[in-house]
Design a binder for this molecule. Sequence first.
Ligand code: SDX
Length: 435
Amino acid sequence: MNTNVLTVTDGRTGKTYTLPIDKGAIRAMDLRQIKVDADDFGLMTYDPAFMNTASCQSSITYIDGDRGILRYRGYPIEELAEKCTFLEVAYLILNGDLPGETQLKDWISQVKHHTMLHETTKKFLEGFRYDAHPMEMLVSTVAALSTVYPDARHVLDPENRRKQIVRLIGKVPTIAAYTYRHSLGLPYIYPDNDLAYSANFMNMLWKMLEPKYLANPVIARALSILFILHADHEQNCSTNAMRAVGSSQADPFLAVAAAAAALSGPLHGGANEEVLRMLDSIGSKDNIPAYIEQVKAGKLKLMGFGHRVYKNYDPRARIIKWTADQVFQVTGRNPNLDIALELEKIALEDEYFVKRKLYPNVDFYSGIIYQAMGFKPDMFTVLFAIPRTVGWLAHWNELMADPEQKIARPRQIYTGPEQRHLPADKPTIRVSVMV
Ligand code: SDX
């Protein structure tokens, strides 16, 4: 008996259909043959928020939500965070394998030679109000890069795609740093190609009048680890946005801007900023029980908790907790950590969270580290967007090379009124030509 089939019987007609099962899925289009008569459109699936719909086949990232597993191109996130630099992992995510020594050297050189922004982009940034949110500045400025690189619209050319990918990975940290400097009224600092990726980012953020910025190696490594942890996460909301916009063959600058816009939402990457606001509002361990009661009453969400896929501890949160200890040895302990640890302890023992399999996710502890490093909460999602640019671009590149992919255009179930007509006495609008 062929076991890789699904046999369904349509109760409306009594007909039976055999649908092939491949890689744990059936093709939605195979349902369209199930009709009540020749005029019938055929069956669709109804799946709001894509709770159970695979939109693509991808070889980039694997997540097992029940076992708390995350792998980039097969490598466990724990090993990558411990033994790789961010640009090594970026190369892996984009190309499928870790770079050899020469490949890595060439890759780093390419990225370094694309860290500067066209001077007009600095003027574009100057147009924002002093108190503009850095994430909104980032989204807008990345989109504006599309006007600087009109060749980026040749998205069907793999070599052109590679060139834009390097440009974006090189320039997004520069834009991110400039949004930070803009919000503080400080002059922009040019990239320093003597420095590694995260150290150069720190240079553009924090260099003042010293002749050469010296990045604290503990902080630089912590940022590199945080970038690795945030680099990709398969079909999350912002990657779905990247693929949807990319599927219309829009250029990658506009698609990354759309993805970053999706990331900014408080249910997604914006959660790390909301976690800090939540911890600041709780203020002390004594206030935790009352806050938890409000969450259980459905009045508030426990920001940084829960996940669509992880129904176990987010493996990234565990690594971030370890990284926090390294950072606090340099910056001093962030008192919010004690509140977060107590909040986690209480939540993980409470039936409300246990029953719903709500665990800390990547955003629960990341903000505490960023705050200890000196970032304001409104920069936290920008720090998420920098590394996730790699994941968005890897998925975009995979999409553009996928022969099965077409412009994304979901169906709907129409629930509006049947055909109806305007009142017969409503006059026709006529425009007379002025002579
Ligand atoms: C990221 O997709 C990704 O991979 C994302 C990400 C990535 O790397 O790209 O991992 C990054 O976005 C992490 C998530 C950051 N967001 C937050 O921390 C915001 C708080 N979390 C929630 O809003 C929520 O958990 C989501 C959005 C993350 C997931 O929502 P789902 O899968 O749609 O789950 P749900 O809202 O249907 O919740 C199921 C139940 C509900 O209770 P009931 O209606 O069954 O009674 O759990 C409850 C929810 O109310 N619930 C929470 C909760 N999260 C879910 N209750 C309190 N606090 C929470 N945080």
